[in-house]
Write a protein that binds this ligand. Sequence first.
Ligand SMILES: [Zn+2]
Length: 173
Amino acid sequence: MVAVCLGNPYKLQYKWQQLCEELAGLLKKSLNGETVRVYSTMAKPALGPEDVMVYVVPNEEMGRVAEHFDVRDGGNALGCTFTGEKSASEVYIDSEYAGEKLPPDYVAKLIWHEIAHNKSRLGNHKMHRGHGLLQAFVRSRDGLTSDDIKFMRKHIHAQVRQWTGGFDFGAPP
Ligand SMILES: [Zn+2]
């Protein structure tokens, strides 16, 4: 069984339950009736071979993956994934302008996108499409296409080692 762990190293207040449900709903479309467990944690998790972890952090400056793997984009990216011996993904939930956290249904789509990178181990050029949730900049109004669902079905069970070192940093400021 696949489990998705949402890492919350900054112990952020958020609508975690709703986020987990939204994300499970998106992933279920690629799972042929199998269950998927989506949960959040403030401590380093123990992960199974098919599990995937995505850190949820305020912004890129506070990014655990961006910092550790030096993959800062500096632009208006809402997430990033590093693929290597271990893969690492994160999303940024404070919007750039209003300083407000993005809504759970939108964040779920951003997480789905980073999971697609993480599990397929494909970078931007090989994975991005012109529409749906595989496009470079997923907007809140975008939704899953049949191509997206097929893509995730192909990759969701891939065994990709996950970087859990994002919980090893010092206490947040
Ligand atoms: Zn992408």
